[in-house]
Design a protein around this ligand. Structure first.
Ligand code: NAD
Ligand code: MG
Length: 388
């Protein structure tokens, strides 16, 4: 490697995507170096990553947890900053080449937003930013000349398959879904699902929020909305197919009927690396497909009766405006309540439906309006849980 290294700001370095990103950086033969690593609570892990990667800064966003820790184990060349506001300031620094947004949920919005405002190359894992405020985020990216490269494996697959033709030649995009651990459950069985069962995903090892989202198929609903904004695709041209092996990561059908797909084992290191290296490719640490072993890949249509979250995603992708923000926040609140044992698994979609039905729709909201609605939808879910 003779070219100068590219400096990476990694937001959410201790999570599932964060750790895989560090694996990609470690295997990049000096192509990437860490400028900034952030974490919320696993601060010993953050300090360990800082000792290995020696970033210019670490940010510990949970101020109480950060104040309670002795930070003398940080490398001498790494400066500690405490509190979420430091993220927005540091990602905008001129030395930062790539911002990987791997914070989970609504909490990831500010860092992603600051990176877009600063015109950075953004490797976007935090799909919630696009669900909450996709129209505004895409406009901001265009105004500031920021690039958004998808980390989500389905969107990475679509992005790669779309390079086979012009976007005006795309007839539809087809997102694959593993179907989660309960794809064979009856409605009655789904009512009884426990948090421990839902946290055990068959093909992907991920953080708890997205693991529950995968089990309800809300993750695919959020991904339909993400695809709508990322690829400027009307919701009628976005379909979902269940593919339990998670090898075909998504498909693009062109107007002539040709279908292009991207295939690889379920390993997030590949889409993370591609988002960082685009438009180039280089050998990386992701696992490879092995065609010397017999295998079979299945495809089934999704069942909207058992997984009604999918309908909510289609509806929000179609209506746009304020619907994504309400769905995103209601889902985050409902998932937390399910994990806390307050509501059943099937109540997650019911709570989201109720919040969507009772909100005042606005087709052209501002970001301030969307953030206020985010708070409103969380209160609405609490009230729904109390009364129902
Ligand atoms: P995770 O729970 O494993 O990690 C979350 C990270 O965010 C941690 O580093 C944590 O410290 C940080 N964080 C949590 N709360 C925070 C807060 N309030 N403020 C600041 N930082 C906070 O999550 P994950 O599975 O790595 O997912 C991260 C994002 O990537 C999500 O938006 C998810 O939808 C998306 N994504 C994940 C996968 C996957 O395979 N895990 C795949 C596609 C997309
Ligand atoms: Mg995905």
């Amino acid at each position: 490697m003779t070219a100068a290294p590219q400096y990476v700001a990694l937001l959410g370095a201790t999570g599932s995507i964060g750790r895989s990103t560090l694996d990609v950086i470690a295997a990049s033969a000096g192509r990437y170096q860490c400028y900034l690593l952030t974490a919320h609570q696993k601060l010993d892990e953050l300090a360990a990553a800082a000792r290995q990667f020696v970033p210019r800064y670490v940010v510990a966003t949970d101020t109480e947890a950060a104040a309670a820790r002795d930070w003398s184990d940080l490398p001498a060349d790494t400066e500690l900053r405490i509190g979420p506001d430091a993220i927005a300031e540091l990602v905008a620094h001129q030395d930062v080449d790539i911002v990987v947004t791997a914070i989970v949920g609504r909490a990831g919005l500010e860092g992603t937003w600051a990176a877009l405002e600063a015109g950075k190359k953004v490797a976007l894992a935090n799909k919630e930013t696009l669900v909450l405020a996709g129209g505004l985020a895409m406009r901001l990216a265009a105004e500031r000349n920021a690039q958004i490269l998808p980390v989500d494996s389905e969107h990475s697959a679509i992005f790669q398959a779309m390079q086979a033709g012009k976007s005006s030649e795309v007839a539809r995009i087809i997102l694959t879904a593993s179907g989660g651990p309960f794809r064979h459950h009856s409605l009655e069985q789904l009512e009884q699902v426990t948090a421990a069962e839902a946290l055990n995903h068959p093909t992907w090892k991920m953080g708890p929020k997205i693991t529950i989202d995968s089990a309800t198929m809300m993750n695919k609903a959020l991904e339909v909305i993400e695809a709508r904004w990322l690829f400027d695709m009307p919701s009628e041209k976005i379909d979902v197919v269940v593919h339990p092996q998670s090898v075909v990561h998504s498909l693009v059908e062109y107007v002539d009927g040709s279908v292009m797909a991207q295939l690889s084992p379920p390993d997030m290191k590949l889409p993370i690396q591609y988002a960082m290296s685009y438009p180039e490719r280089f050998p990386g640490p992701a696992r490879r497909l092995d065609f010397t072993i017999a295998s079979a890949w299945e495809f089934q249509p999704p069942d909207f009766d058992r997984f009604p979250a999918l309908l909510l995603g289609k509806e929000a992708a179609k209506r746009g405006g304020t619907t994504g923000a309400v769905l995103n926040a209601a889902n985050e609140a409902a998932v937390q309540s399910f994990l806390d044992g307050e509501i059943s698994f099937t109540d997650i979609s019911r709570a989201c439906r109720a919040a969507l039905d009772s909100h005042d729709f606005d087709p052209n909201p501002t970001i301030e309006q969307l953030l206020a609605l985010d708070q409103w939808a969380r209160r609405e879910v609490s009230a729904w849980i109390t009364c129902c």
